[in-house]
Design a protein around this ligand. Structure first.
Ligand SMILES: Cc1ncc(COP(=O)(O)O)c(C=O)c1O
Length: 491
């Protein structure tokens, strides 16, 4: 499996020096000490990078710390940044980098959907009329296509309405009121019912918990998924922990992909609550930027293999494949779970929008069709994500005051500033006309304990606006960091 590089480690680091230096070193190893000592006229590699050994025992070259500047040097640097910040203020920008929405160019890719349903084609393979009520779990054609996408059987999937978030919300409400299929007591009757919340994570997941008064337990999200040592310990001891939120692929916001080991451990761990559920929100299953996308181990298969077939609820949607808000949502899991869910859905609706399901199947056709369609999305998104990386590297790469993710898919880039800076950065950017996601939003109860995480959503704005917004964000990060670094020196 191709793995996304860890987010928490390796920022601003390189596994080896740039090629010319390697060639130089390989050709004239005996000259290396001289090279090291020489003060080259240009900024020498080793002036900027220092050698360290990372947690995997690998040699990494890391950029020199901004923290090494003295008070005068910091002040000079700060004044230059203030000048640049004022220039941005004078431009009266009005840019919004807050929500991961597709841009209109992406939405245009699916305009063909309006043409695929003809006046004569609305009867499904099982004879149902898509114009009428019925088909609670979706039309057979849609179950067939999207079961392949989620790698489940056709009787292990329900095709719902337009929003997977609504399916997640309704599933939890159902569990609170009636329990899940193997609950002895509805979750809502359990005193202090709790959910594990790998963080940083998706604000809307946390909002559902807060709304339903489910206590959230933040767990650190590493480059491989949530910290499994902590999770295993917590779920083994506490019967009131009923679930965990997971965005296993191109996670919102860090972009990491869960490792096989994490999937296996989630599937096999011993939980004190017999009715524990994994809310596996695979919103970005096919949203890659690369030709060799990361694989993700099948959670349902892993749960079945480990003897916990009912443990996983899988969710996804076409919100970021076709039309956000007018796509189709899906939920998958064991046959038992799906039957139980259908019984609850019976009370909510007489059937989903089957014409929309039909349109989707006729338009996307098969997995190859989805893949080709997603390549067109990637062609629009990649330059924006590349611009974010290029600017962060240029502005922040050499001063060791921020770490950021380098996702290979999904909708977000996650930046960690120095501790205590995120709120000020967001406020400062807002004063110059750039809205960033509120600091803290990626943590339960909007409380980022280190006040350092900022989520960047580059998909919606124009490329040139992404560039302006990121330059400004980088200036704000540097200014705020200098305040933090400077404080002990000047006070
Ligand atoms: C992880 C994740 N899940 C779900 C959603 C929303 O999905 P839907 O449009 O299907 O409700 C989003 C949207 O940003 C998301 O990032």
């Amino acid at each position: 499996m191709v793995k996304t590089p860890p987010v928490q480690d390796g920022h601003n680091t390189f596994a080896s020096p740039p090629v010319p230096i390697i060639l130089y070193y390989r050709s004239f190893p005996e000259l290396l000490p001289i090279f090291l000592r020489a003060k080259l006229t240009y900024k020498c590699f080793f002036d900027i990078y220092s050698l360290r050994i990372n947690s995997f025992g690998e040699r990494m070259y890391q950029m020199t710390d901004l923290k090494s500047l003295n008070a005068r040097e910091l002040e000079e640097y700060r004044l230059k940044l203030v000048k640049r910040y004022r220039e941005f203020q004078s431009r009266n920008l009005e840019l919004d980098m807050t929500r991961g929405k597709p841009c209109s160019e992406q939405l245009d890719l699916s305009l063909g959907m309006f043409e695929v349903v003809q006046t004569s084609k609305y009867i499904t393979s099982d004879g149902a009329d898509c114009r009428n009520y019925g088909g609670l779990d979706g039309i057979p054609e849609a179950r067939e296509l999207f079961s392949q996408l989620l790698e489940v059987e056709t009787d292990e999937i329900i095709i719902g309405g337009n929003s997977s978030l609504k399916l997640m919300h309704d599933t939890i409400i159902g569990a609170m009121v009636h329990g899940v299929m193997d609950s002895l007591v509805p979750w809502g009757k359990v005193p202090n019912v709790k959910f594990l919340c790998p963080s940083p994570g998706y604000d809307r997941h946390f909002a559902i918990c807060e709304y339903l008064q489910i206590e959230m337990i933040p767990v650190e999200l590493t480059g491989d998924g949530p910290d499994m040592d902590i999770i295993e310990e917590l779920v083994m001891e506490d019967e009131t922990i009923k679930g965990i939120w997971c965005v296993p692929k191109y996670s919102n916001p860090t972009g990491i992909v869960y490792s096989d080991d994490t999937v296996d451990r989630l599937a096999s761990m011993k939980t004190k609550a017999a009715d524990f559920r994994i809310f596996w929100d695979n919103a970005y299953a096919v949203h890659h930027f690369t030709d060799y996308p990361a694989g993700l181990k099948n959670i349902l298969t892993a749960c079945k293999y480990e003897g916990n077939p009912e443990r996983a609820f899988i969710f996804s949607s076409t919100s970021k494949i076709t039309f956000a808000g007018a796509g189709i949502a899906m939920m998958a899991g064991s046959k038992g779970n799906m039957e139980f869910t259908k019984q609850q859905m019976f009370f909510q609706t007489i059937g989903p929008d089957k014409l929309n399901q039909l349109r989707h199947v006729l338009f996307l056709r098969n997995l190859e069709g989805i893949d080709n369609h997603m390549k067109k999305h990637a062609a629009i998104l990649k330059p924006k994500f590349d611009a974010v990386q290029e600017i962060l590297e240029r502005e922040l790469g050499s001063n060791n005051i921020a770490k950021w993710s380098r996702p290979e898919g999904g909708y977000f880039v996650s930046i960690d500033t120095l501790d205590g800076c995120a709120e000020s950065v967001v406020a400062m950017a807002a004063k110059a006309g750039v809205k960033l996601t509120p600091a803290g939003a990626t943590y339960p109860y909007n409380k980022d304990p280190r006040n350092r995480n900022i989520r960047i959503a580059p998909s919606f704005p124009l490329l040139e606006d992404v560039v302006s917004a990121m330059e400004l964000a980088a200036i704000c990060i540097q200014l705020t960091s200098i305040d933090v670094l400077d404080a002990p020196l000047t006070r």
